[in-house]
Design a protein around this ligand. Sequence first.
Ligand code: C5P
Length: 246
Amino acid sequence: SVSAFLLNRSSDLEILSEGYTKVVYDTDDPELTVIEFKDTVTAFRNIKRATIKGKGRLTCRVSSLIMGYLNSKGLKTHFVKADGDNGQVCLKVRVIPVRIIMRNAAAGSIVRTFGIPAGTALKHPVVEMTYKNNDLDNPIINRDHADALGIATYEETEAMIETSRKVNSLLCELFASIGVQLVDFKIEFGYTADGTMVITDEISPDTCRFRNMSDGRQMDRDRYRYDQGDIIDTYQELTNRLEKAL
Ligand code: C5P
């Protein structure tokens, strides 16, 4: 189904921002946006790009389910409600230009940085932060960098990391219950108009690494990164399992 908002949107409403995978629309309500998930997928600093029909519907659905679940557990997110197949009504936020990455096992960049085998278990979850800045290739930063450079204060990064740890615990448990290991994920934060810090952006197979516990199959964007195929079927399978669990 097409988003009711997008169908009825008056043409004088602005697009607030557009990225590679999502469009954020202004609405008549000063506190709300509508986010549309696109079928585009990218990898390796957006060098590799494609359009995969039906992908946006699936990342939108998974992110709605996860954000709704986090809301139900008392964590604050931007998610208000789903709107059609590819849309979400969300709180309008000012995004903090920091990405928090949580890792439970080694995959992706940590494998390259430390020269360790993919899949290496980590003694405890590892938190990383990057500065959201495409011109600088989104460098890794620490809390000193963030505070000293005016990107985010110590207080803010502490709050973001604490919430990310809670999200990690909740999602590890949720995904384990559907036979999926949460290997790592990326999470972003922003402020609503009243100054509340909330989880924003998306949490989906485009922004997490998931491994099927029974056969080690990758169930995330690595299928696109490493040309493993069956992207839609795999995202759909993950969605079906999550729908049953929630
Ligand atoms: O590439 P790397 O191993 O650092 O990614 C860690 C996690 O963060 C992965 O789940 C990846 O999908 C996610 N990520 C993301 N968006 C980025 C960078 C990383 O969703 N720009």
